[in-house]
Design a binder for this molecule. Structure first.
Ligand SMILES: N[C@@H](CCC(=O)N[C@@H](CS)C(=O)NCC(=O)O)C(=O)O
Length: 254
């Protein structure tokens, strides 16, 4: 996989997927897994995590990854819109269940994983904490802290929130009649969990060659938080990578 720059990609036809270079950002990873699961071709486009990303801002009205842009349709940059959008442009292998109650359950669980104040959101506070404790945090860190709601208070609440989220995900999986969170086939929730669970226990280096600093941050933290990754939840994650997601993960620097 090789990224195009925003300038190169913005006038191309078809699907462009903006991804953070060099790290397995779980919002971008899960988007990529789902695009590939659907068998869609896409042009990967470069985003610099924590960077200014001014060309991306000019193109899509925001600076984070992922963003999906299809032909001349409006850019889609929120995780929920992104799943809805993929089901719209490629209805085969739907990522949400059809039945309303199942759909509501899957979207609710994905919100706990990928949404504001969800698993990824709170685990990011853990990553930012040591950097925000520096006398002069780097500019990129300050930018991320501002963008993603860092505060001492948010950080203080993160452990309990994470423990509650993992308990609910485990309960949902236990209650499911299949190996997937909701229904008999994978939904977006299963892909979200596969990507975001790495923030509690990354896949080994030969499958996920992530930078050491990030592996350390994602492997660390309070024991009760890490224990939230139950055997059941980890088994589900491994099943997803065996059946539905290509390894090793690829997120080149350039
Ligand atoms: N708008 C996105 C936000 C996704 C997100 O949090 N992206 C992060 C993680 S990969 C990111 O791009 N961080 C680096 C940055 O903002 O520069 C959503 O809520 O779905």
């Amino acid at each position: 996989m090789k990224y195009q720059s925003v300038e190169e990609a913005r006038d191309l036809p078809g699907l462009r997927l903006v991804l953070t270079a060099g790290v397995p950002g779980p919002w971008g990873e899960s988007a990529k897994y789902m695009v590939r699961y659907k068998g869609l071709d896409f042009v990967p486009v470069h985003q610099e995590g924590g960077g200014e990303n001014s060309a991306l801002l000019d193109w899509t009205g925001q600076t984070a990854a992922p963003v999906a842009v299809y032909d001349d349709l409006p850019p889609v940059s929120h995780w929920l819109d992104l799943v809805m959008f993929l089901d719209r442009v490629a209805p085969a292998k739907p990522l949400w269940p059809q039945a309303a109650a199942d759909r509501a359950a899957a979207i609710g669980l994905s919100t706990l994983i990928a949404g504001v104040d969800g698993l990824g959101w709170n685990r990011r506070f853990h990553m930012l904490a040591p950097l925000m404790a520096m006398d002069e945090p780097p500019e990129a860190i300050m930018r991320l802290a501002r963008k993603y709601g860092w505060s001492e208070r948010a950080m203080a609440a993160a452990n309990d929130t994470l423990i509650g989220i993992c308990a609910e995900l485990d309960r949902a999986l236990e209650a499911s009649a299949s190996e997937y969170f909701v229904g008999e086939v994978p939904t977006a929730t299963d892909f979200h969990w596969a990507a975001f669970s790495g923030m509690l226990k990354p896949l080994p280096a030969h499958m996920n060659p992530m930078p050491d600093w990030m592996r350390a941050a994602w492997s660390g933290g309070d024991a009760a938080v890490r224990a939230g990754l139950t055997v059941r939840l980890e088994t589900h994650r491994d099943m997803m990578f065996e059946r539905h997601i290509a390894l090793p993960l690829d997120y080149p620097e350039e």
